[in-house]
Design a binder for this molecule. Structure first.
Ligand code: DX5
Ligand code: ZN
Length: 228
C-alpha cells in the first residue's frame, strides 16, 4: 500500500490571494493539483503556465498539472518549465498518446493518464508501465464543486486491481467531488491520492478542512495497515 496522500485542487481558491491560499494548506497536504482547462476539451477556461509558476514560487510541494485540453503535446513542455512535477492528460484527445507520454517525460516530469467518467480503462491498460499516475475522474471534467459520481467506484476498484495485479508502480488518484463524507469510499475503492477542491477551498476555513481530510487519511491508512 502506498502512503495515502492529499492533493488540493486550487480551482475554488481565492485567486486574488493565491499564494496565501496555497501556503495556508501546504503544511497539511502532499501535492497541489492544478486544473488547466482550454474551453475546447471542456466548456470552461481556467489558467495557464504563469499560474503554475505562481504556485511554484509559493510552496515547495510537488505540483500535479491536470491538463483538460485538446493539445497536450503543444503545451506540456511549457508547464514543465513553469514548475510542474507531474503532468496528466486525457488520452482520447489525441491519436498519439505515446508521443504525449514521451514529451512529458522528456520535459522531466512524471506522467499521468486521466480517465473521464465516460471512458474505459483500455488506454490505461495499454500504457500502464509508462505512467506514474492513473487519474480517475469522479465528475465530468470542467468545473469545481460538482457532485461525486458514485457509479465510477467500480472502475476505481478495477484500476487498483489492474495496477496491483500487473505489479505496476502507478498511483491511483481520484478527482472530483471528494469531501470528508465520501473520502472513505474512494480510499476503500483503491485510491492512494485523493484530490479535493471545494472540500478544502470552501470559502470558510481551508486549513481546517485540509487538516480534517488529512486526519481521516491517517486513520484510514492505519486501519488498512492493520487489515493487510
Ligand atoms: C474537474 C477538476 C477537478 C475538480 C476538483 O474538472 O479536474 O480537479 O475541480 O474540485 P472538486 O473537489 O470541487 O470537485
Ligand atoms: Zn483535476
Amino acid at each position: 500500500m502506498h502512503r495515502l496522500q492529499l492533493a488540493p485542487s486550487i480551482l475554488t481558491a481565492d485567486f486574488g490571494r493565491l499564494a496565501d491560499e496555497v501556503q495556508a494548506v501546504a503544511p497539511h497536504v502532499d501535492w497541489f493539483h492544478l486544473d488547466v482547462m482550454d474551453g475546447h476539451y471542456v466548456p470552461n477556461l481556467t489558467f495557464g503556465a504563469s499560474t503554475v509558476a505562481a504556485v511554484r514560487s509559493a510552496c515547495d510541494l510537488p505540483l500535479h498539472v491536470h491538463l483538460m485540453i485538446d493539445n497536450p503535446l503543444e503545451f506540456a513542455a511549457g508547464f514543465a518549465a513553469a514548475g510542474a512535477n507531474r503532468i496528466t492528460f486525457h488520452p482520447e484527445v489525441t491519436s498519439e498518446p505515446k508521443s504525449v507520454i514521451e514529451a512529458i517525460k522528456e520535459a522531466g516530469c512524471g506522467v499521468g493518464i486521466a480517465v473521464h467518467p465516460d471512458v474505459g480503462l483500455e488506454l490505461v491498460e495499454k500504457y500502464l508501465f509508462e505512467v506514474d499516475v492513473v487519474l480517475m475522474m469522479t465528475v465530468r471534467p470542467g468545473f469545481g464543486g460538482q457532485s461525486f459520481m458514485g457509479e465510477v467506484v467500480p472502475k476505481i476498484e478495477a484500476a487498483r486491481r489492474l495496477v496491483d495485479s500487473e505489479g505496476a508502480r502507478a498511483d491511483v488518484e481520484v478527482d472530483g467531488g471528494i469531501k470528508i463524507d465520501n473520502i472513505d469510499l474512494v480510499v476503500n475503492a483503491g485510491a492512494n491520492i485523493v484530490v479535493s477542491g471545494s472540500g478544502i477551498y470552501d470559502g470558510k476555513d481551508a486549513p481546517a478542512a485540509a487538516r480534517r481530510l488529512r486526519a481521516r487519511l491517517e486513520e484510514l491508512a492505519s486501519s488498512l495497515g492493520e487489515a493487510s
